[in-house]
Design a protein around this ligand. Structure first.
Ligand code: ATP
Length: 207
């Protein structure tokens, strides 16, 4: 009897880290090196466009005060509600997560026929309990530096940046779940070297 070789499925690697830790920079770097990326933030934004299911559910819960003059979502108004009240944050997560999970599952299926490693860039990966992955990369950054970068480059107020960071799982908890840690406490050149190291690690997994 001949044993048929099963087609090999691509590796699926979770990428996570705190807000402003450098996830987008890292996922762009991994994409440059040959990965395909599923970006949960992009999916959330798509599902939050007017008329889409997440948008509709959010407006039903919080009313017109979360809308901009143009009728889209006023993200700052939403942030003001949910990052000061954990019950509201929970409610938002209950609206967003199931639909995002569904879309992530659909994209995983779609990419499963290819060979490129799939990077799942999911900010709340550790909190959401994705367990069927081949590995988890955590981008690590000290909270003080994350606040500094969010204020300097992303236009956050210091209060908002601090509130968002304090609503997340603590750094140590996240690192505990990591199979590979990218240190992003230094400059962007060092981050590039860290991305090379991560890519070598991913390639080693498929060897
Ligand atoms: P978010 O949680 O908001 O999605 P993120 O984790 O995806 O953020 P990035 O957007 O990649 O993080 O990085 C946050 C900001 O910090 C960006 O403006 C980015 O260019 C900058 N940045 C990332 N790494 C470094 C670094 N090592 N040195 C300086 N700036 C950096």
């Amino acid at each position: 009897m001949t044993v048929k070789e099963l087609p090999q499925e691509p590796l699926e690697i979770g990428l996570t880290g705190g807000i402003g830790s450098g996830k987008s920079t890292v996922s762009a770097g991994l994409k440059d090196r040959g990965a395909v990326v599923i970006d949960a933030d992009v999916i959330v934004r798509e599902l939050q466009e007017p008329g889409k299911p997440v948008f509709e559910k959010m407006v039903k819960r919080w009313g017109e005060k979360i809308l901009s003059a143009e009728g889209g979502l006023n993200r700052q108004a939403v942030a003001d509600i949910v990052f000061k009240d954990t019950d509201e944050l929970l409610a938002l997560n209950e609206i967003v997560h199931p639909l995002v999970r569904e879309e992530i599952a659909r994209l995983r299926d779609q990419y499963a026929s290819g060979t490129a490693p799939i990077i799942l860039d999911i900010p709340l990966l550790v909190e959401s309990g994705y367990e069927d992955l081949d590995g988890i990369i955590v981008v690590d950054l000290m909270s003080e530096e994350a606040v500094r970068r969010l204020v300097a480059y992303r236009g956050f107020s210091e209060e908002d940046a601090n509130n968002r960071i304090s609503n997340q799982v603590i750094r140590e908890e996240r690192i505990e779940k990591a199979d590979f840690v990218i240190d992003n406490n230094a400059d962007l050149v060092s981050l590039g070297e860290e991305i090379d190291r991560a890519w070598n690690w991913i390639e080693g997994l498929s060897a």
